[in-house]
Write a protein that binds this ligand. Structure first.
Ligand code: CP
Ligand code: NVA
Length: 310
């Protein structure tokens, strides 16, 4: 069974397929218990420090309420107010916070910042999104797919858009659990090659496939899950105008989803821009599970917190 006590969650690549499957199963059970009104407080007296260098609605609130529900407490730490924002080294911050809290969640820009924090912290570090990875999102996504489809292995997920953090974490997570992944991006927005080759290795081991293309129709053909994310991620705002041009043709709309399976499900990490990466008709339509997905962030992270800290 899962033994994550004291470990970090940086990318999901470091977790075995069994661990990921068990985490998702545990999240499902904890969600059912929560919906039945059961109160379990295994993290009484524990605290989670949450460092944010970027905005957040879901990650912040789901970690904060999740910790509270488990009997613990979370602290919201904006980098604007921390000394880290005035140049205190990440390594010093890690050593200091390790004396006060039981785990740290961080949302930042460079993935190396999370690695550095984890290297110097003596407590678990959880990646709450970097420019390269968003592992907590992928855990919630697997939970949502499992709830809707009843299985993970053998399904095909098509990701349409920018080959960055969310795409990378889906590549890793889906490949680990035996799902086929097709990623379609404009030519200069392909996913990171190292992460793709890592995912290909995981896919070989689980018997699934990874394909990277510039053709959204090819990617969604026969897909069980269609996934979109914003075209302009946090920190890229000045590229917005160029990106709107570059991503023309990569909108998830009625014409595109017609190539997927009839019972395809639509997912999006949110926040979304209607009529940019996805039409309102699709994201607000009957095949969309984006709010169940957002809700599942809390359940997936509660399962993770219990395993890291319990
Ligand atoms: N999907 C996600 O991480 O949302 P937030 O940016 O609101 O945390
Ligand atoms: N790719 C998006 C995801 C937000 C949850 C970003 O990095 O802004």
């Amino acid at each position: 069974s899962v033994d994550l006590k004291g470990k970090d969650l940086l990318t999901l690549a470091e977790y075995s397929p069994e661990t990921i499957r068990e985490l998702v199963q545990k999240a499902k059970e904890m969600k059912e218990a929560y919906l039945n009104g059961e109160i379990i407080a295994p993290l009484k007296g524990k605290t989670l420090g949450m460092i944010f260098e970027k905005s957040s609605t879901r990650t912040r609130v789901s970690f904060e309420t999740g910790m509270f529900q488990l009997g613990g407490q979370a602290l919201f730490l904006s980098s604007r107010d921390l000394q880290i924002g005035r140049g205190e080294p990440v390594s010093d911050t890690a050593k200091v916070l390790s004396q006060y809290v039981d785990a740290i969640m961080i949302r930042t820009f460079a993935h190396e910042t999370v690695e550095e924090l984890a290297e110097h912290a003596t407590i678990p570090v959880i990646n709450g999104l970097t420019d390269l990875h968003h592992p907590c999102q992928a855990l919630a996504d697997l939970l949502t797919i499992l709830e809707v489809k009843g299985t993970l292995k053998g399904l095909k997920l098509a990701y349409i858009g920018d080959g960055n953090n969310v795409a990378h974490s889906l590549l890793i997570a889906c490949a680990k659990v035996g799902m086929d992944v097709a990623v379609a991006t404009p030519p200069s927005y392909a996913p990171n090659e190292e992460i793709v080759s890592l995912a290909k290795g995981f896919a070989d081991a689980s018997g699934s496939t990874i394909s990277i293309t510039n053709d959204p129709i090819e990617a969604v053909t026969n897909a069980d899950v269609i996934y979109a994310d914003v075209w302009t991620s946090m920190g890229q705002e000045e590229e917005n105008e160029q990106r709107l041009k570059d991503f023309a043709g990569f909108q998830v709309n009625k014409e595109l989803v017609a190539h997927a399976k009839a019972d395809y499900m639509f997912l999006h990490c949110l926040p979304a821009h209607r009529e940019e990466e996805v039409t309102a008709e699709i994201i607000d339509g009957p095949n969309s599970y984006v709010f169940q997905e957002a809700g599942n962030r809390m359940h997936a992270q509660k399962a993770l917190l219990v395993e890291l800290l319990g």
